[in-house]
Design a protein around this ligand. Structure first.
Ligand code: NIG
Ligand code: FE
Length: 432
């Protein structure tokens, strides 16, 4: 008896698998191999990839089974869904006034000091009804889904007291339950010290003694993150916070070397964090430490772009040194209000000099490694979730080079066609 084949996708122009020869993230020269099968096909059974390869290989693997649904890719690019390993996608409202202020010359820290920035988002979030917060966030996620994001990590960190951090984590859990995306939650109670504390240490105590035990008990977070930055949490406080998180069984992440290099990346590596993120100002020693570790460097090019900065993380040096890098949008209401992964990849290519295949592997398989999801998603390989996106392009390099519009036309999540752009075939220039 042949297997039940729920979906058969044929006729890919380029099937970009991002598959890897061995477990773990791609590094160095392996990062620039997109794992392309020309004219490829995929068979899906029970939400997972049953067979993948050339059309002949796939047809012989399904052994005459009649697929429930067949899709002709018509020579288009087929890729795994994007995996976003670093976002702040649950928030109340955008801070577009700060975008203008930065263009006029204010720094991120100037804006923070006068009560804008994260402080403003904390006030807005605390005041917003939980159901409205959920619905706004759900609509945002659905737009990202239409552009090919199938897995997303979302951080808390605009609540900054137990009640509001839990409100955010509940909203994040509901997003996982009520959207097609896979959602991974990170507790970022240590995003900033909220008003009402005399010093940073007393807030660190509250995070460790009150928030962490309740968050861990709730089971609503898989990871813990800390914003290690001058004027926010220093390296010693970051270490104390992360050690406490680790004792509660949470995986560890750090915002480090974003504005100043104050030792956060070193703490991340020493504690075996799954990722160190931002790294705009990473030092040569930091690069060397990361390269020799299992910690992934998550780079966020849309943040430099959103901050109107010309300074990007030194991605080339990191790749040459052997750091396992991933990419994400950092989608948030202030520093990175663009939720477009396709744009993030384009900026990574033109401004950080990643070649398109490096950027794509960094935003799929390595991104999945950065949130512990790589055995489930991030590449098109037998047994993995069928999280597959069809792009209206003949060559995957058009995605970063033709920046500014959404190229995704069909999104398949867990083997089901969850989103199809109306009439994409009749509007397409592919195949003419
Ligand atoms: O990753 N750097 C700290 N946190 C966020 C900014 C969030 C915000 O501006 O609201 C970031 O860029
Ligand atoms: Fe961030």
């Amino acid at each position: 008896m042949p297997e039940t084949i729920d979906l058969l996708l044929l006729g890919a122009g380029q099937l970009v698998t991002c598959g890897r020869p061995e477990k773990g993230p791609r590094r160095g020269p392996a990062l620039s191999d997109p794992g392309i099968v020309e004219g490829g096909a995929i068979a899906v059974s029970k939400g997972r990839i049953f067979a993948i390869g050339s059309e002949d290989e796939v047809l012989s693997a399904i052994d005459g089974a009649q697929p429930t649904k067949t899709i002709d890719a018509g020579g288009r690019v087929v890729m795994p869904g994007w995996v976003e390993p670093h976002t702040h996608a649950v928030f109340a409202s955008y801070r577009a006034d700060e975008y203008e202020a930065r263009i006029r010359g204010d720094s991120y820290l100037d804006i923070e000091r006068r009560g804008g920035g994260i402080k403003k988002s904390v006030r807005d979030l605390r005041a917003m009804d939980e159901d409205i917060l959920f619905e706004k966030s759900r609509r945002r996620l659905m737009r990202m889904f239409e552009e090919g994001v199938t897995t997303i990590e979302i951080k808390s960190g605009y609540g900054l007291d137990l009640e509001n951090e839990m409100k955010m984590l509940r909203v994040i859990a509901r997003l996982g339950a009520e959207t097609p995306l896979d959602v991974v939650a990170t507790f970022l109670g240590a995003h900033q010290v909220p008003p009402g504390y005399d010093d940073t240490e007393s807030y660190v105590d509250v995070v460790i003694d009150e928030m962490l035990p309740a968050v861990a008990d709730s089971g609503l977070a898989s990871f813990m993150d800390v914003f290690c930055e001058k004027g926010v949490f220093d390296a010693a406080q970051t270490r104390r916070l992360l050690e406490a998180g680790r004792n509660h069984g949470l995986g560890l992440k750090v915002h480090s070397d974003e504005i100043f290099a104050i030792g956060g990346t070193e703490v991340a590596v020493e504690l075996g964090a799954v990722s160190a993120d931002h790294l705009t100002k990473i030092t040569p020693d930091g690069i060397r430490m990361l390269a020799e570790s299992g910690t992934i460097g998550v780079l966020l090019p849309s943040t430099s772009f959103g901050l109107a900065s010309r300074h990007f993380a030194p991605a080339r040096e990191m790749v040459e040194a052997g750091v396992a890098i991933a990419l994400s949008s950092d989608f948030n209401p202030g520093s990175a209000p663009s939720s477009s992964m396709q744009l993030a990849i384009s900026i990574a290519c033109s401004q950080m000099r990643l070649v398109p295949a490096e950027a794509i592997n960094a935003a799929t398989i390595n991104a999945a490694c950065a949130i512990g999801m790589d055995s489930e998603t991030g590449s098109l390989e037998i047994g993995k979730k069928a999280d597959i996106v069809l792009y209206d392009n003949e060559d995957y390099r058009e995605i970063p080079s033709r920046a500014g519009s959404n190229h995704a036309v069909l999104v398949i999540k867990d083997g089901s066609v969850a989103r199809e752009l109306n009439d994409f075939r009749s509007r397409s220039e592919v195949g003419l």
